[in-house]
Design a protein around this ligand. Structure first.
Ligand code: PLP
Length: 404
């Protein structure tokens, strides 16, 4: 079982008090993860921007700010949330992807850092702001990386970033519009185990750094792999920190100028800090398998169905029950299997099943599909559990609908 500092009694109390399904986040675990990064990269000129697409509850964002971490946003609304959470503009990064230029204008007006990922938007930015506003470029380095194709974003067929082979066009635009390029950005994927992938990214960006005299930052995006089950291989951040330190020194020696690194970790900061508790509605002994049907589904926690993600599940209501095998499934009108042929302590109707690693891309991807309510969210801090989002109610389903 994956270790957790939260007692199973507290999880049960939370389920009883706030109902199920419910997301639960552990603040101190987020801090522990951030401190691991600070320690691994100590002495290197590196800043971390939490990729808030993973989890944007405003209380979590405020906590992230409180522990001193910066924030990375993937939409202008996330930028607004970051501002609302109290982040200063210089600590906010907006890494856009296929967006309307008006979003970039809004971000510029707010004074945040911006990475642009298309030639057309780069040109518009240059025409409007010229040298007056520093900007970063998101490139596609043509590197295959990441846990699976859906979360692989830097390969040669990827929609993300400006293809590296178009660097001449980029330089033309920069020259024509007198742009001040201060950052080069790549994000090759999520769940990158191999430090060599990051090293390859550094190599690619260092190769072209010479063309950007105003360059201050190499931004390698996010993608640090965390453990989903005991024994899982994870990104060796100590090794990466060391590599970054060496590369920075080499760069300074070769090019006679200093730069810094930025990273945008999402999962690394919040995945293991999050849990999802569901209640078993029905145990169905079908002819080929026994289904444990819970009060949730792909509408609340889509990662297993969307990415084939593996999440540890524990029956916290019957920890000493005999081990049996189940297909853990949802209540949605598609086949929404959370886990197949999974060993669990005997599951009875009404039992609570606890899902691990649910902090990143869990609630954030939830919907009202099948007209079901989005789950509640609870934050545990200093041992105390507090509601940070109410479960939807019926009125929420009709909130923006217009009667004609
Ligand atoms: N940065 C960018 C540009 C991303 O697209 C993503 C994920 O989609 C991240 C950072 C965060 O990735 P992860 O959660 O794997 O760290």
């Amino acid at each position: 079982m994956i270790p957790t500092n939260i007692s199973k009694t507290l999880f049960t109390d939370i389920a009883n008090q706030f109902g199920t399904p419910v997301y639960v986040y552990h603040a101190e675990k987020i801090k522990e993860q951030y401190q691991k990064l600070l320690s691994a990269f100590e002495g290197t000129n590196t800043r971390f921007f939490y990729a808030c697409k993973a989890l944007t509850n405003i209380n979590v964002l405020k906590y992230i700010k409180e522990i001193g971490c910066n924030i990375d946003c993937s939409s202008v609304n996330e930028v607004q949330l970051a501002v609302t959470a109290g982040f200063a503009p210089q600590n906010i990064l907006y890494t856009s992807n296929n967006i309307d230029f008006s979003e970039i204008e809004t971000a510029q007006a707010l004074g945040v850092n911006i990475n642009i990922d298309s030639i057309s938007n780069l040109k518009k930015f240059g025409q409007k702001f010229g040298h007056s506003y520093p900007v970063g470029i998101r490139l596609r380095p043509n590197i295959m990386a990441g846990g699976n194709l859906k979360i692989s974003t830097g390969h040669k067929d990827s929609k993300f970033g400006i293809p590296l082979e178009q660097i001449d066009k980029v330089l033309e635009v920069v020259k024509e519009t007198n742009l001040r390029i201060t950052a080069l950005h790549i994000h090759t994927g999520s769940e990158i185990k191999d430090v060599e992938i990051f090293a390859k990214g550094i190599e690619v960006l260092f190769d072209i750094a010479q063309y950007f005299p105003d360059l201050e930052i190499i931004d390698l995006g996010g993608g640090f792999k965390v453990a989903y089950k005991p024994g899982d291989e994870v990104t060796d951040i100590e090794k990466l920190g060391k590599k970054v330190g060496e590369e920075l020194a080499l760069f300074e020696k070769k090019q006679g100028r200093k730069i810094g690194f930025w990273f945008e970790p999402g999962k690394f900061l919040v995945s293991e800090a999050g849990y999802f508790i569901t209640k078993v509605n029905v145990v169905k002994d079908a002819s080929t398998t026994v289904f444990a049907g819970v009060d949730s589904g792909l509408n609340h926690f889509i990662r297993p169905m969307f990415y084939g993600a593996y999440h540890v599940i524990e029956n916290i209501s019957n920890p000493n029950g005999p081990i049996k095998r189940y297909n853990v499934v949802g209540n949605i009108c598609e086949t929404d299997t959370f886990a197949e042929d999974r060993e669990l302590n005997e599951v009875r109707e009404g039992d609570l099943l606890l899902f691990y690693n649910a902090g990143a891309y869990g609630f954030e991807m939830a919907s009202n599909y099948n007209s079901r309510y989005k789950p509640a969210e609870v934050l545990i801090r200093d041992g105390k559990a507090q509601l940070i989002r109410k479960r939807d109610v019926f009125e929420d389903l009709l909130r923006n609908q217009v009667g004609i």
